[in-house]
Design a protein around this ligand. Structure first.
Ligand SMILES: C[S@@+](CC[C@H](N)C(=O)[O-])C[C@H]1O[C@@H](n2cnc3c(N)ncnc32)[C@H](O)[C@@H]1O
Length: 365
C-alpha cells in the first residue's frame, strides 16, 4: 500500500516561510523525472536485463550524459537499481512499468502523462472556468483508455476496500459509474452469493466485459449501459456503490442523481459512496481533496470536490436516512476518510431466493 505522505500530496502543512514555499514549488522535479522515464518507456527497454549507459543510450537514441543523469535520479528514487555503471529495473520497474510484463499498468501511466499536459495548461481553465476539451469525456477512444486507466488504478485498492465493507445478506449490488467493474468484481469475489451490475457508458462497459471474462466471479456480473444524468436507473438493488463519480458533477446534478439512486434501491437498501471528501468547515482539507478539484476544473463542466457535510445534506434531502461515515484502515483507503453510507427508509432487505435486482433490470451480458 502507498504511504500516507504520498497519498496526501507532498504539501501536508501550510506554507508560511519562503523556504517552505521553495520546497513545495520544487516538488515538480521528481514527478518530471518519473514522467521522462515513462516518455522514454525506459523500464520496458530495460526489461529483465542489466545495461551499461552507453548501450542503453544507443537503444533509446538519447545522449549518454542525459540518460546518465536521468537514471541516477530514478535509481535514487528506487525505480531503478544502480551498481557501478550498470542499471537494471527495480521490482516495480520490471513489472507495473514494463510494457512487456503482464502486470503492466499502461492504462494508468498514459492517463498520468495526459494529466501532466493538462496541468501545464491550468491557466486556460482558470481564465475560462471551463474544461480544456469539451468533447473528450464522450469520445469512444478516450472512454476506452480512461476505463483501462481506472482498472489499473484500483486493482489493489478495490479488494482492500471491499474486504472491509460488509454487505451482510445483500444479494444484489449496483456499481454505479462502475467503469471497468473492478470494484464490482472485488465485491463479488468476497461475497459468493452476490450478483452485481455495472452501470456506465457503453464504451466503458466494453472494457468491463473484457476484464470480467478473465475473472472467476465474472459470470455473476451484468451490465446496464446508461447515462444516469438523463435516465432513471432500472432495477431494485440491495446496495448501490458509487465510487469517484460525485466529483464529476455540480451540486444540483448530484442531488438529481441521488434521487434516482434512491428510487433504484429497495426499502432499507444501502447507498455507499466513495469520493475525495473535504472534511473541515472551510472545505480546505485534506490537501489531496482540494488538489483533486483542480483536475475537475480541467476536465469537467461543473465538477468539484465537496465537503462530507454538504453531501450528507443532499442525501437527506433525497430522502436517505442513517447517513454515517464508514471507517477504513489507514493506508488502505482510496481517499482519506473517503467513504460514507446512507440507507433508504425501511427494514434491511431479507434474503429471497432467486430474486435479484439485476434479473429485473435492463441488462446486457
Ligand atoms: C472516475 S471514474 C470511476 C470509476 C470507478 N467507479 C472507480 O471508482 O474506479 C467515473 C466513471 O463514472 C462514469 N460516469 C460518469 N458519468 C456518468 C453518467 N452520466 N452515466 C454513466 N456513467 C457515468 C464514467 O464513464 C466513469 O467510468
Amino acid at each position: 500500500m502507498v504511504s500516507r505522505a504520498y497519498r496526501e500530496g507532498l504539501v501536508t502543512h501550510k506554507i508560511s516561510t519562503f523556504e517552505e514555499f521553495r520546497a513545495a514549488i520544487s516538488t515538480y522535479r521528481l514527478p518530471r523525472v518519473l514522467l521522462a522515464a515513462l516518455e522514454l518507456d525506459l523500464c520496458t527497454a530495460i526489461g529483465d536485463r542489466s545495461w551499461t549507459l552507453s548501450t542503453l543510450a544507443k537503444k533509446l537514441k538519447v545522449s549518454e550524459r542525459g540518460l546518465s543523469i536521468l537514471c541516477r535520479s530514478l535509481a535514487s528514487a528506487g525505480v531503478l537499481h544502480k551498481k557501478g555503471g550498470v542499471y537494471r529495473n527495480s521490482k516495480l520497474g520490471a513489472t507495473a512499468l514494463n510494457g512487456n510484463h503482464r502486470a503492466y499498468r499502461g492504462g494508468y501511466l498514459n492517463l498520468i502523462r495526459s494529466h501532466w499536459s493538462d496541468w501545464i495548461r491550468l491557466m486556460e481553465s482558470v481564465r475560462s472556468g471551463l474544461p480544456l476539451d469539451h468533447e473528450v469525456p464522450d469520445r469512444l477512444d478516450y472512454r476506452h483508455q480512461f476505463t483501462w486507466a481506472m482498472h489499473h488504478r484500483t486493482l489493489e485498492i478495490a479488494p482492500a476496500i471491499t474486504a472491509q465493507l460488509h454487505l451482510g445478506r445483500a444479494q444484489t449490488l449496483l456499481d454505479l459509474g462502475g467503469g471497468p467493474g473492478t470494484y464490482a468484481l472485488a465485491f463479488l469475489a468476497k461475497n459468493p452469493r452476490l450478483r452485481a451490475t455495472v452501470c456506465d457508458r457503453e464504451a466503458a462497459l466494453t472494457v468491463a466485459k473484457e476484464i470480467a471474462s478473465t475473472h472467476k466471479a465474472g459470470h455473476r456480473l451484468s451490465y446496464v449501459p446508461l447515462d444516469f444524468t438523463k435516465e432513471s436507473i432500472p432495477g431494485a438493488y440491495d446496495v448501490i456503490w458509487y465510487s469517484n463519480v460525485l466529483h464529476i458533477y455540480s451540486p444540483d446534478e448530484n442531488q438529481a442523481i441521488f434521487r434516482r439512486v434512491r428510487a433504484a434501491l429497495k426499502p432499507g437498501g444501502r447507498f455507499i459512496l466513495q469520493d475525495a471528501f473535504l472534511r473541515d468547515h472551510e472545505g480546505l482539507y485534506p490537501t489531496q481533496a482540494s488538489l483533486f478539484a483542480i483536475s475537475m476544473l480541467l476536465s469537467t463542466e461543473q465538477g468539484n470536490t465537496y465537503t462530507a457535510s454538504e453531501t450528507a445534506k443532499w442525501l437527506k434531502q433525497a430522502g436517505f436516512v442513517s447517513i454515517k461515515p464508514v471507517s477504513i484502515r489507514k493506508g488502505t483507503a482510496d481517499w482519506e476518510d473517503g467513504i460514507f453510507e446512507a440507507s433508504t427508509p425501511g427494514p434491511r432487505p431479507r434474503m429471497i431466493a432467486n430474486q435479484t435486482g439485476s434479473s429485473r433490470s435492463r441488462t446486457t451480458r
